[in-house]
Design a protein around this ligand. Structure first.
Ligand code: MN
Length: 334
């Protein structure tokens, strides 16, 4: 696996001293692990690094060593920014608001990503995107190999954890031989998968309060179209109360997806300013999650995607739109 952009990325890194590593406004295990791995790699090259993310890192990611070094504010001066795991402008809003320079393209920006959707950040000097890769960390692993960049144990652990996170333990449709090979090499170089998995599982433990709340959420799931579509909406007071402990959507989505007959599961979060965000999961054989998200103004992967609604549609209109689009996409397959 080699990338034609690699040499140019190497040059950008070589000429920079202070490098900002940025994650999207919806950080996940892949963006977090990739960011930490990159931090370690660049530190080994004598670079000064800063990990930034426009939003707070969710608690469930704190099994990844280094998560607490992520800050929300961009430093006033830096030579290069590397964004991992997104090419979507609306997912770096918090950061571009802080830096007008970035938007004008006067600040060098490199994107490392693996999303299939069209990029909407159009001011990056370089974009290494491999939509065949199952995780940004997989792209980063092969980039590192190609450029003979040095890794340390934390970089290896972070890359492996990130790949396992985006592939749900190497079981998603996106997992290819190169994905497994990258993990195999990382294990050969000392990564313990059982230790990583135990650390992750410890973080998925829930307090009794959360277990009870999960029960409430499950009771509220709505099923449409012969149960093929499962919808859940989460109002602001619950987001405010429970989000610091756990992402409410993630408490219910897997059970929604695992309902008999269900193909598409959508969890909606309702914010006080009228903004609505949605997380979409689909079942094996129905790679329509990105298409459904795109129809709603978002993007993502075949089986996992998301969107953020900024127009004035209310919840009922949005639900109707989701059901209509989802039905169409399902019917194209069955
Ligand atoms: Mn990813």
């Amino acid at each position: 696996m080699t990338y034609p952009e690699a040499t140019l990325i190497d040059q950008q890194v070589k000429t920079a001293n202070k490098i900002v590593i940025a994650q999207p406004d919806n950080p996940d295990g892949d963006s977090m692990g990739s960011a930490i791995a990159l931090e370690q790699i660049l530190m080994l090259q004598g670079k000064e690094t800063e990990l930034v993310c426009g939003v707070n890192i969710p608690n469930y990611l704190s099994y990844l060593e280094g998560w607490d070094r992520v800050v929300k504010e961009l430093p006033s001066k830096f030579d290069l920014m590397i964004i991992v795991d997104t090419s979507a402008l609306n997912l770096v809003e918090h950061l571009t608001k802080q830096s007008g320079q970035l938007k004008r393209g006067s600040q060098p920006l490199v994107i490392i990503d693996h999303h299939r959707s069209e990029p909407t950040i159009d001011y990056a000097q370089l974009r290494l995107n491999d939509p065949e890769a199952a995780a940004t960390a997989e792209v980063l692993y092969y980039l590192t190999k190609q450029l003979k960049w040095e890794l340390n144990p934390l970089a290896r652990d972070s890359l492996a954890a990130a790949i396992l996170s985006d592939t749900l333990g190497l079981t998603t449709d996106s997992t290819r031989a190169e994905t497994v090979f990258a993990i195999a090499e990382l294990v050969r170089e000392g990564v313990s998968l059982s230790r990583l998995e135990n650390a992750r599982r410890d973080m998925t433990r829930k307090t009794p309060e959360l277990v009870h709340y999960k029960g409430e959420l499950l009771q509220r799931i709505e099923y449409y179209d012969d149960d093929r579509i499962a919808l859940l909406s989460i109002p602001w007071p619950e987001i405010e109360h429970y989000s610091p402990l756990y992402n409410p959507s993630m408490l219910a989505l897997e059970d929604m997806r695992l309902t008999t007959n269900t193909v598409v599961a959508v969890a909606l979060k309702l914010y006080p300013d009228g903004k609505i965000t949605g997380k979409i999961r689909t079942n094996y054989g129905y790679p329509i999650a990105a298409k459904l998200a795109e129809a709603l103004g978002g993007g993502g992967h075949d089986y996992a995607s998301g969107f953020k609604l900024t127009d004035t549609r209310d919840l009922e209109q949005l639900k109707n739109d989701i059901i209509t689009h989802a039905k169409d996409l399902i019917n194209e397959i069955v």
